[in-house]
Design a protein around this ligand. Structure first.
Ligand code: 3PG
Ligand code: MG
Length: 404
């Protein structure tokens, strides 16, 4: 690994107050964790610290609550319950922890959602210092949140007596670096999901690296609108249509280099629509030009899915982040299912990341057939983009002897 950070596995942890930042931001429904991939990924790090007789204090976030307003729906209680099961021991959830956490050697305590604290997102120095005071060693292990410079991912690492990287973070960095160093061509990225504006700029950088870019979800709807197709009530961003059009125009000037591969940004030709967003909604397949005013696009259509699957079969490297449709509802999941199977079958080296993507891989039971599964969503994309992750940068600075 070209990054040089201090590693948790090189440190003596016995009796130390070891504060580990994990990414335990998982989907929760009715108080139950519905996909525990990220929790399972954190278990080896936690077990390592427990085995070393550390006092293990876990920091994590869930969702995007309003700071200073602890809300039950964003509580880490369901995560504590699942983690307790996985570790085979009770994980105490500490509601109020900023003034001190009682934790014995060999014990693990999970601090309630860091984002309930005012100043977390803004990387507030006072909050960061308060967190740093609670530990002897700060371990950054939350690869999925390493693209955020927040108090619990960055600020605390500035002020903790020791700041190092956990094994999950190190493994992710090494695996992604190795896979992306010299990718087999053609390289195809699939970027879907609903966070439109947050990903549209990432797309720009990806376009420069990949041979083809398949878009899905709300992002695809914005591209369809930019191509002049009606999108009805579909999730899309009118503000981003110009950027989408610019990306398509630029990409048209490029040769994909893929035999029979078509355009750099292949768009859906058919879609699955519904009149309402619900589990019971009736699904209709339509050509892209025929989406009605009262309809919303909730998946790519079967012809499109087949065409995209054909591209993936010929790929050398596949980078996948974000589902193609609302796969949580079966009638809008076929596009994601077909592509997930195509990725699994493809001889390409496949990298997948992102909460929803992992949930889809789990749902279709394809975990064994994807070459590398990352716990990161946004962080994964920013890494692929070539950006320096701030939470890693601060660990490098600390390793180099700099305080901030
Ligand atoms: C994620 O799920 O992408 C990470 O946990 C980061 O969450 P955020 O996008 O709310 O910062
Ligand atoms: Mg996410």
């Amino acid at each position: 690994m070209t990054v040089s950070v201090q590693r948790m596995t090189d440190l003596a942890l016995a009796d130390r107050r070891v504060m580990i930042r994990e990414d335990l931001n998982v989907p929760v429904k009715d108080g139950i964790v519905t996909s525990d991939v990220r929790i399972r990924a954190a278990v080896p790090t936690i077990e390592h610290a427990l085995k070393a007789r550390a006092r293990v204090i876990l920091l994590a976030h869930l969702g995007r609550p309003e700071e200073g307003v602890p809300a039950e729906e964003f509580s880490l209680a369901p995560v504590a319950a699942r983690l307790s099961e996985l570790l085979g021991r009770n994980v105490r959830l500490e509601k109020s922890w900023l003034d001190g956490v009682k934790c014995e050697p060999g014990e693990v305590v999970l601090c309630e959602n860091v984002r309930f604290n005012k100043g977390e997102k803004k990387n507030d120095e006072r909050l960061s210092r308060r967190m740093a005071q609670l530990c002897d060693i700060f371990v950054m292990d939350a690869f999925g949140t390493a693209h955020r410079a927040e108090a619990s991912t960055h600020g605390v690492a500035r002020f903790a007596p020791v700041a190092c990287a956990g094994p999950l973070l190190v493994n992710e960095l090494v695996a992604l670096e190795t896979a992306l160093e010299n990718p087999a061509r053609p390289m195809i990225a699939i970027v879907g999901g609903s966070k439109v504006s947050t990903k549209l700029t990432v797309l720009e950088a990806l376009l420069a690296k990949v041979d083809q870019l398949i878009v899905g979800g709300g992002i695809a709807n914005t591209f369809l609108a930019a191509a002049g197709h009606p999108v009805g009530k579909s999730l899309h961003e009118p503000d981003m249509i110009d950027i989408a059009r610019k990306l398509m125009d630029e990409s048209k000037r490029r040769d994909t280099g893929v035999a029979g591969g078509g355009s750099v940004i292949p768009l859906p030709t058919d879609v699955v629509v519904a009149r309402e967003f619900s589990e019971q909604a009736e699904a209709d397949v339509k050509p892209v030009g025929a989406v009605g005013q009262g309809e919303m696009i909730l998946d790519i259509g079967p012809d499109t899915a087949e065409r995209f699957a054909g591209l993936l079969a010929r790929a050398g490297t596949i980078v996948w982040n974000g589902p193609l449709g609302v796969f949580e509802f079966d009638q809008f999941g076929e596009g994601t299912h077909t592509l997930a199977q195509a990725i699994a079958r493809s001889p390409a080296f496949s990298l997948a990341g992102g909460g929803d993507t992992l949930a889809a891989i789990e749902k279709y039971q394809l975990e064994e057939d994807i070459s590398y599964i990352s716990t990161g969503g946004g962080a994964f994309l920013e890494f692929v983009e070539g950006k320096k992750l701030p939470a890693v940068a601060i660990l490098e600075a600390r390793a180099a002897g700099a305080g901030t």
